[in-house]
Design a protein around this ligand. Structure first.
Ligand code: PLP
Length: 356
């Protein structure tokens, strides 16, 4: 089958900055590549996509996204292999989630195959920006926002889709301490928690700040109705290992973001024959397991860090310390496995890595 390529207008950056980069000091999310992709929606359809020099975009003061928050985003990465190949990891999952976020926010969706193709073309043009250093990668940020130049709450009739790229360093993170949040909420049933909607992150800032003042890195979110069940850890999905079993909240309710990383971790656990339970996880059972020394591991799962280990959980004023991390932990084995898979050091039997 011959795949027809999408028509893209390409304007090459005549003043590239790639030779000015200090590859040993890349602050996360602050260095941008030479190109970006822009596609506008107006007159009832998505227009011809353009790859152009990275730079500011003009903004009207009444632009609806900044008033009413009709905006969604995605987060994914491209990895460099030792043979110089560049790969994306399960990009079709991001495409699907992006389309679902669009639907929830009344944004006209982008065809999922086109989404993946546009990202391939952009990363290909800036492929020299995909770091060669161990643990480094190219972060990919797709975003769509409403651009109607008018006041009034209604779905916008025009949008801008932008994809830009940031080389990022190894996500060095010490194990974090987290606090179980029983008052503030991230998402409620019927809300937009499942969508990667911009407003979700704004509303989480204040409760997160309060917990930081108490000395915790982030919050363990519980359900909005009863604060009885775990939902997520900061902006990551949450996983526990109790009695040799991987426990993670089911995604049946629309309050939990369906993470590619968490889905992959569950897939790998099943492949390895490691017991998994994806169901409602109560705060009570996890705290009880911690008290009885049966809580072996707790970690957040997401694209930025893959795995963010949790060292301490605070619940109603009491700190519960988790065992020190060792290389035979499930979370460490799965992280190494995924790193090796992305690097092409293992056979990709599930066809998760897509070479650009
Ligand atoms: C992006 C995100 C995740 C992780 O999703 P990945 O696809 O694994 O990166 C989890 N929770 C929230 C709230 C998120 O925004």
């Amino acid at each position: 089958m011959i795949k027809e390529q999408a028509t893209i207008k390409i304007t090459t950056n005549t003043q590239p900055k790639i030779n000015q980069i200090d590859w040993d000091n890349i602050p996360f999310g602050k260095v941008f590549t030479d190109h970006m992709l822009v596609m506008d929606y107006h007159d009832g359809k998505w227009q011809t996509p353009e790859i152009m020099p990275f730079g500011p975009i003009p903004m009207h003061p009444a632009m609806s996204a900044i008033h009413y928050g009709q905006a969604i985003f995605e987060g994914m990465k491209a990895f460099r292999r030792d043979n110089d190949d560049v790969v994306l990891f399960r990009p079709e999952m991001n495409a699907k989630r992006f389309a679902e976020s669009c639907e929830r926010l009344c944004i006209p969706p982008i065809d999922e195959a086109l989404f993946v193709e546009l990202i391939n073309r952009l990363v290909d043009i800036d492929r020299e920006w995909v770091p060669r250093k161990e643990g480094y990668s190219l972060y990919i940020r797709p975003v769509i926002f409403a651009t109607d130049e008018a006041i009034g709450v209604k779905p916008s009739e025009s949008y801008k889709f932008i994809v830009f790229l940031c080389p990022v360093g190894a996500y060095y993170s010490q194990a974090v301490s987290v606090k179980v949040e029983e008052y503030y909420t991230r998402a409620a049933i019927g809300g937009v928690g499942r969508a990667k909607a911009a407003g979700n992150y704004a509303s989480a800032l204040y409760p997160a700040l309060l917990s930081q003042k108490e000395g915790y890195n982030q919050l363990l979110w519980t359900d909005a109705k009863e604060h009885k069940y775990f939902e997520e850890s900061g902006t990551m999905n949450i996983c526990f290992v109790v009695d040799g079993k991987l426990l993670t909240p089911s995604e049946d309710e629309d309050t939990i973001l369906r993470g590619t990383t968490k889905r992959t971790i569950v897939d790998v656990a099943e492949k390895w024959g490691f017991p998994v339970e994806e169901r409602k996880i109560t705060v009570e059972e996890i705290i009880k397991a911690a008290e009885e020394g049966r809580l072996q591991e707790a970690f957040g799962a997401g694209t930025a860090a893959t795995i963010a280990s949790i060292a301490k959980i605070n619940f109603r004023g009491k700190d519960f310390n988790l065992p020190a991390i060792t290389s035979d932990f499930f979370s460490q084995k799965v992280k190494n496995y995924l790193d090796d898979l992305k690097k092409g050091k293992l056979e990709d039997t599930d066809n998760w890595c897509k070479i650009i």
